[in-house]
Design a protein around this ligand. Structure first.
Ligand SMILES: Nc1ncnc2c1ncn2[C@@H]1O[C@H](COP(=O)(O)OP(=O)(O)OP(=O)(O)O)[C@@H](O)[C@H]1O
Ligand SMILES: [Mg+2]
Length: 213
């Protein structure tokens, strides 16, 4: 496979989507390969339907393991529909969230355990991992405050979780980063949006100098 797979990871409100939108035009201008931006949960029609099921605030009785399986299921479909075909077509694929989100949220946040969530995701992804994961680190309260102040009352089912849940998510991300320091590179996301975007741009271009002009 000749494309390049990059994921953006981090807690809710860390600024992943904002930064991706900000850096994409510059990356596209300088890249020697075509760039495809996608997101999870969702990213393709069937995966988006599973996303709606997972995030629906009405699904209060959803079992934690059901949730973890649905995330793994949408990831499988997204991989087959979007990620693999574009990597095979020699493109740069940037996914706003991927497997580390499941390990952090369901493994750590829901306390199913990192090993259990890793193993169902191994089944789903069959070894396809990002070459670079840009991890947006921000204190949980800062991320949640950003969402609350900017989205006035429309939090999804996972955003509604207590602060301890979100702290476990962040702790798990940080453990994953310690285990894979080459793949998972940390961005200080507790800075203004312009600075975060500059850091992300520099990180990606430095990691793949041959891919950009
Ligand atoms: N560096 C920043 N400083 C202040 N506010 C920010 C920053 N980055 C993003 N925001 C604002 O915080 C909110 C959440 O940002 P964004 O949607 O990019 O986060 P996210 O990491 O994609 O969150 P989610 O995981 O929920 O998708 C948005 O309203 C955005 O405008
Ligand atoms: Mg986002």
């Amino acid at each position: 496979m000749s494309g390049v797979f990059i994921s953006f990871e981090g807690p809710d409100g860390a600024g992943k989507t904002t930064a991706l939108n900000a850096v994409l035009p510059e990356l596209q201008k300088r890249a020697k390969k075509e760039i495809v931006a996608t997101r999870e949960p969702g990213g393709s029609p069937i995966a988006e339907k599973i996303r709606d099921l997972i995030l629906d605030v009405k699904n209060l009785e959803m079992d934690d393991r059901t949730e973890a399986l649905l995330y793994a299921a949408q990831r499988r479909q997204h991989l087959i529909d979007i990620i693999l075909p574009n990597l095979e077509a020699d493109k740069i694929v940037i996914s706003d969230r991927f497997v580390d989100s499941s390990i952090a949220y369901q493994g750590g946040g829901r306390q199913i355990g990192v090993d259990a969530v890793t193993s169902i995701n191994d089944f789903a992804i069959e070894g396809t991992m990002p070459e670079l994961t840009v991890y947006f680190d921000v204190p949980s309260e800062v991320g949640l405050d950003r969402i609350k102040s900017n989205r006035s009352g429309t939090e999804d089912r996972l955003e509604k979780e207590k602060i301890e849940f979100h702290q476990r998510v962040r702790d798990t991300y940080m453990k994953l980063q310690e285990q894979s320091p080459d793949r998972i590179q940390v961005i200080n996301a507790n800075q203004d949006t312009l600075q975060v975007a500059q850091d992300v741009l520099e990180l990606i271009i430095t990691k793949f100098p041959n891919l950009f002009n």
